[in-house]
Design a protein around this ligand. Structure first.
Ligand SMILES: NC(=O)c1ccc[n+]([C@@H]2O[C@H](COP(=O)([O-])OP(=O)(O)OC[C@H]3O[C@@H](n4cnc5c(N)ncnc54)[C@H](OP(=O)(O)O)[C@@H]3O)[C@@H](O)[C@H]2O)c1
Length: 241
């Protein structure tokens, strides 16, 4: 019997890479997408192989509809999907004053449209496999974001998407979300260091930044819980509570 197939978007680095490796450890074959960093994607493939698993990378810019379709086609070549992890996201920072229509559309496309249409594409696979979707939101989608309107709105939007699909795809497919606080990846380190320090000092009771592996382990646990659907797990070091 072949191993179940997992799809992870944004698996070249950061939290997505940790999802790929955790899925491999749990016995999945993985197809992951990435945008542009070939060397990072190759490193993820290598790390998966070192664990004795198989990860296939697919390059595609999820901002572009035709690339979303190309990723879907590449996944279909690998078999039927039983787990979809909508992880890829951008956290571009905008005040309302700085916000442009392009910036807004880009976040909507990557953070919200791509996850929706990937779920649509793999719906029948997931139903047939009694599979699961895990969407990666953010504490900023729950309590408002430091990054500004596109990030805060799309990360809240993906929570609405999670609950809607949890209803629509029940009883066959479970759909859940994880909402991390600060995680040690390039996205977090791109934030002004003074702001990072302030957040850690004033907002983080545990005074700890999560590691990508912490989020991946928790996320795949959630995706495996037979009674969980439509839930959003905040994993934010007590930031919001
Ligand atoms: N880090 C945090 O503090 C934090 C907190 C809460 C939630 N999150 C969420 O967790 C998820 C992963 O974040 P991260 O911190 O791991 O981010 P990251 O380190 O910036 O990695 C982003 C990943 O997404 C891919 N990606 C970005 N734009 C893309 C596009 N247009 N098309 C296709 N792939 C694209 C990147 O591919 P390339 O390598 O090719 O660029 C990379 O694999 C995101 O949804 C983010 O919003 C992160």
């Amino acid at each position: 019997m072949t191993s179940p197939l997992a799809v992870v978007t944004g698996g070249s680095r950061g939290i997505g890479r940790a999802f790929v490796l955790e899925a491999i450890k749990r016995g999945h074959r993985v197809v992951f997408s990435f945008r542009s960093r070939d060397a990072d994607a190759a490193e993820t493939v290598k790390m998966a192989a070192a664990l004795g698993g198989e990860a296939v990378s697919v390059k595609g810019d999820l901002e572009r509809f035709e690339d979303v379709d190309a990723v879907i086609d590449a996944v279909r070549e690998q078999g039927q999907v039983s787990l979809l992890v909508n992880n890829a996201g951008i956290g571009e920072e905008f005040t309302l004053e700085q916000l442009t229509r392009e910036g807004w559309e880009r976040s909507i496309a990557i953070n919200l449209t791509a996850p929706t249409f990937l779920a649509k594409a793999f719906k029948s696979d997931l139903i047939a496999q009694r599979g699961a979707i895990l969407n990666v939101s953010s504490d900023g989608g729950v309590a408002g974001s430091l990054h500004g309107a596109p990030y805060g709105a799309t990360k809240a939007g993906i929570i609405g998407l999670t609950k809607t699909l949890a209803r629509e795809l029940a009883p066959h497919v479970r759909v859940n979300a994880i909402a991390p606080g600060p995680v040690a990846t390039e996205m977090w380190y791109a934030i002004d260091p003074a702001v990072q320090e302030q957040v850690m000092e004033r907002e983080m009771p545990l005074k700890r930044i999560a590691q990508p592996e912490d989020i991946a382990r928790a996320g795949l646990d959630i995706a495996s819980w037979p009674d969980a659907s439509g839930i959003v797990v905040l994993l934010d070091g007590g930031r919001i509570m």
